[in-house]
Design a protein around this ligand. Structure first.
Ligand code: PMP
Length: 434
């Protein structure tokens, strides 16, 4: 049945389709961390709908909120509803207490890209400046503004009319950067270059409106920067009167155990973008959390028909309440460590696993041809994905060199499912090494 549907898809849907090319199944239903295809095969979902299904597929708790809401009201533009204002209060209420009063929320269109567009626009309007500093390996979306700050040239090829005045600086990449001494903050990899760009009148770069960074890079390979890096970036940006946008679309909403990743650091951004996991079980929603002091929108300055879909908002409220009631933040930290420890065991006697890294349930496994030269091994990862898929485990591949196996499973994944995934991975790695 899967084969027939894939064939039909190829005939009648755009050739832009991507995921079914590496994971060729037609999906029938899903629950928790498990997907069932139309032929009755089960798959462990460590792909999580591209890091969306934090509370698990078909979460009953969230569905209850959704069902109640959909019979009352679905589409209402940006009129106030108790449902929406309650969600804003929840978002603000989950920020660190001492900064709650400083922030407000704005809903964007339905996708992460919409939120990124809005964040860039707000920074430009507020500062009256035009440029943005973005980071190598960063992914922010496919609309023109969001694509302009996304570094992968695969996506940018032949698109010559992107937003101008974007400058990319190297992301702090502990596994690959020539290292740094922790005692001297100025030595944090990438910081000197960044500082030079902002402080040096001869950098050739006109002062930007903002810097835009993922606190943990997702598509770039689940890279956690060194301690102190984000803090230094924020300090230098603020010293130069440049706004700081943290893109928390993938690493936010409890993916790393905390509500937002910046809360695991001492870095305080001016604008935070959110989407993906906020929609509970895959309802489209996105927006900004930003400092009141940078408010620069006039009424109607940035609009959109599908801002504030009431069902998506109800799903987000349900996801918050589920996470709070079952303490999913702490569970994420616990199960993330369990998964990471198991993967590190695999690394011990494997010549190709260069690094296992991550925070919470955002874990990257970087494959290299040789642990000393660290030459990327994308062919191995590609084969491994196929071998895992055939044995019932789904995940995404990413990274600066397409050599990172990216795990972003539902946060509610049980130990038993982790154990099964590890068994599959072990077998698949053995086959790839034959
Ligand atoms: N920012 C980040 C960090 C992302 O991971 C993504 C999606 N992978 C986006 C923005 C874009 O979101 P969307 O695909 O919903 O436009």
């Amino acid at each position: 049945k899967s084969k027939a549907l894939l064939k039909l898809q190829e005939e009648i849907e755009s050739s832009i389709v991507s995921y079914p090319r590496s994971m060729p199944i037609a999906i029938k239903r899903a629950k928790g961390s498990i997907i069932e295809d139309v032929d009755g095969n089960y798959f462990i979902d460590f792909f999580g709908g591209a890091g969306v299904l934090n509370v698990g597929h078909g979460n009953e708790y969230v569905l209850k909120y959704v069902k109640e809401q959909q019979s009352d009201l679905i589409h209402v533009l940006d009129f106030p509803t108790e449902n929406k204002l309650n969600l804003i209060e929840k978002i603000i209420g989950h920020l660190p207490e001492e900064i709650q009063k400083d922030y407000k929320v704005s809903f964007g269109g339905p996708t992460g890209s919409d939120a990124v567009e809005a964040a860039i626009k707000l920074a430009k309007i507020k500062t009256g400046r035009d440029g943005v500093i973005a980071f190598t390996g960063g992914y922010h979306g496919m609309t023109s503004g969001a694509l302009a700050v996304t570094s992968d040239t695969f996506f940018r090829n032949h698109i010559t009319s992107l937003m101008p005045n974007v400058h990319f600086v190297p992301y702090n990449y502990p596994y690959r950067d020539k290292s740094t001494t922790k005692e001297n903050k100025n030595n944090i990899s990438g910081i000197e270059y960044f500082k030079n760009i902002l402080n040096n009148g001869h950098s050739g770069i006109i002062k930007p409106a903002a810097i835009l960074i993922e606190p943990i890079q997702g598509e770039g390979g689940n890279i956690v920067p060194e301690d102190g890096y984000l803090e230094e970036l924020v300090r230098i940006a603020h010293e130069n009167d440049v706004l700081v946008i943290f893109d928390e679309i993938q690493c936010g909403f409890f993916r790393t155990g905390s509500f937002l990743e910046f809360m695991n650091t001492k870095a305080i951004p001016d604008i935070i973008t959110f989407s993906k996991g906020f929609g509970g079980i895959g309802f489209p929603i996105s927006g900004l959390i930003y400092k009141k002091e940078i408010e620069a929108w006039g009424a109607s300055a940035h609009i959109g028909t599908f801002r504030g879909n009431q069902v998506s908002i109800a799903a987000a409220r349900g996801a918050f309440d589920f996470i709070d009631e079952y303490n999913i933040g702490d569970y994420t930290k616990y199960i993330g460590i369990y998964l990471m420890d198991n993967l590190k065991q695999l690394q011990l006697d494997n010549p190709f696993i260069g690094e296992v890294r991550g925070r919470g349930m955002m874990i990257g496994i970087e494959f290299v041809k040789n642990k000393s030269t660290k030459e990327p091994f994308p062919e191995f990862v590609k084969k491994l994905r196929t071998e895992c898929f055939q044995r019932g485990l789904l995940f995404e591949v990413g990274g600066h060199y397409n050599n990172v196996l990216r795990l972003v499973p539902p946060l509610i994944t049980t130990k038993k499912i982790v154990d099964n995934a590890i068994v599959i991975m072990k077998k698949a790695i053995a086959v790839c090494q034959e």
